[in-house]
Write a protein that binds this ligand. Structure first.
Ligand code: ADP
Ligand code: G6P
Length: 470
């Protein structure tokens, strides 16, 4: 019998994560859930619009899953063994690169075996993309887990149009230089025709490193490659499906959920909200501590104000994440146990993932959205809040260390390391003059309305095609 022809695609996204995660419960029932994180939130609408194939891992080790159709595009699962999950995903990706690229806010670990696993898994992703890409197809490789894929793929398939986008910060030069495999990663990225970063600073650091640590010639934002190509590097700040989020927040179901939530909370005067993956880059310790002190000192009255923090479980077997989870449980418990009232706790903390409708309901009712990362590539939660908060009385408190701070300039900016500054900004955002809040929120809305995920994808793909045509 002839082997079935593998399906091919003219547009491919290659990312470590698929948009859906496979999980199996104790009874052996299989279910698929939306995967966590900003990459999936941003790229899902892009794929729904463009169609094509999404190549990625389905989130469960040691399982081979067949290609299937989902929401108008093809899902192409790449398997990872238990050892690869440990060494490539939890190890090199999330205990070496993730902390290093986020200003070393946790200590990055360097292990040679992890690097070996990173190379072999990157090769598997490159081979899978090479197998299913049509002649001359566009392949868009995503994020820090797959930085070697552009070069590996180019060697296999020089006919392809290869783009790469880094969703997290590209670090300062002196931090990047700690990486024992710094040259290989630069070369890996340069396999792409276009390398996109969240900020101008990121692309500047990258180009400077190419200039100083490779023999290649850099011409403004273009690197002259030995095969006659140019590899261009530029900033493309990512965004969300603004209209999609707004429509969801204004749907009758979400409005009803928001009312129910308000009833459950006892209609407090001021609702502060945090929505994050449980990650040490998100400044959760600082945020919780600030609220603890504000409730303790009486600057915030627990009978009138509440701080809701929802945190999606993330990378739960990596040591720093285990530590963070325990720290937050302890801190929140201690603060809530101090309160004198027997009613609702001042901090409502849930370590869980919520549906997008529930998040939209929370954004609707939150008077102050609190986004305090110590370092973040962009932070889509900040943009989701602006899209979803229906009235003009909302306020966004935003860390100056989030990529989003470059665009959302009218937010109440904070340095999350400055506890007193953070506390006073939280109080100000909660009690500011309504006209001032309105002015800020309108300016923020204008930004998020005009800089959408559609515009982001169009800008990137147009620049990619233009570069290839040179
Ligand atoms: P990161 O990509 O680092 O997680 P972003 O803020 O860019 O940070 O994106 C996080 C995404 O995950 C957002 O789309 C947000 O809505 C979603 N998210 C965060 N916390 C939760 C939660 N508790 N339940 C469901 N989704 C969440
Ligand atoms: C961030 C990263 C993504 C990652 C997501 C969730 O958004 O930039 O690449 O997919 O976090 O993390 P996880 O490790 O669960 O995929």
């Amino acid at each position: 019998m002839p082997a079935p022809t593998p399906s091919t695609a003219t547009f491919l996204v290659v990312a470590n994560r698929l948009p859906v995660d496979r999980s199996i419960d104790e009874a052996g029932n299989v279910s698929w859930r939306t995967s966590p994180g900003g990459l999936v939130t941003a790229l899902e609408p892009v794929m729904r619009k463009h169609g094509g194939a999404w190549v990625g891992w389905h989130g469960a080790p040691d399982e081979v899953v067949e290609t299937f159709e989902h929401d108008g595009f093809t899902i192409v699962p790449v398997p990872l063994s238990t050892d690869e999950v440990e060494e490539y995903y939890e190890g090199f990706s999330n205990a070496t690169l993730w902390p290093l690229y986020h200003d070393s806010v946790a200590f990055p670990e360097f292990h040679r075996e992890w690097w070996d696993a990173y190379q072999s898994v990157n090769r598997r992703f490159a081979e899978k993309a090479a197998e299913i890409a049509d002649e001359g197809a566009t392949v868009w490789v995503q994020d820090y887990q797959l930085q070697l894929v552009p070069q590996m793929l180019r060697e296999l398939r020089p006919d392809l149009n290869i783009g790469f986008f880094l969703h997290i910060p590209f670090p300062p030069i002196e931090l990047y230089l700690q990486l024992p495999w710094r040259r290989q990663i630069l070369e890996g990225l340069l396999g792409a025709d276009l390398v996109g970063f969240q900020t101008v600073g990121g692309s500047r650091n990258f180009l400077q490193l190419v200039k100083t640590h490779t023999p290649l010639k850099v011409n403004r934002d273009a690197v002259e490659m030995p095969d006659g190509r140019q590899s261009v590097s530029r900033a493309f700040p990512i965004s969300i499906d603004t209209q999609g989020f707004r429509d969801l927040a204004n749907s009758p179901e979400v409005i009803a959920m928001a009312e129910e939530l308000l009833d459950d909370l006892g209609h407090p005067e001021t609702i502060f909200l945090g929505v994050d993956r449980l990650d040490y880059t998100k400044g959760l310790r600082q945020k919780v501590r600030a609220f603890g002190e504000l409730f303790d000192s009486g600057e915030l009255d627990p009978s009138k104000s509440v701080f809701i923090q929802v945190a999606t479980p993330s990378r739960e077997r990596v040591e720093e994440y285990v530590r963070l989870r325990n720290d937050i449980d302890l801190l929140v418990g201690r603060i809530n146990s101090h309160t004198e009232s027997l009613g609702r706790a001042p901090i409502v903390y849930r370590h869980a993932s919520f549906g997008r409708d529930t998040l939209a309901a929370m954004y609707r009712i939150a008077d102050v959205m609190v986004v305090t990362p110590l370092r973040d590539g962009m932070n889509l939660v900040a943009k989701e809040y602006i899209a979803c908060h229906a009235s003009d009385d909302g306020a966004l408190v935003l860390s100056e260390f989030a990529g989003a701070a470059r665009e959302l300039k009218q937010a109440y900016m904070v340095n999350p390391y400055d506890l007193n500054g953070l506390k006073s900004t939280l109080v100000k955002a909660g009690s500011d003059d309504p006209a001032e809040k309105r002015r800020r929120l309108r300016a923020l809305r204008k930004q998020v309305n005009t800089h959408t995920i559609d515009a982001w994808a169009d800008n990137f793909l147009t620049a990619l095609t233009a570069n290839r045509a040179l």
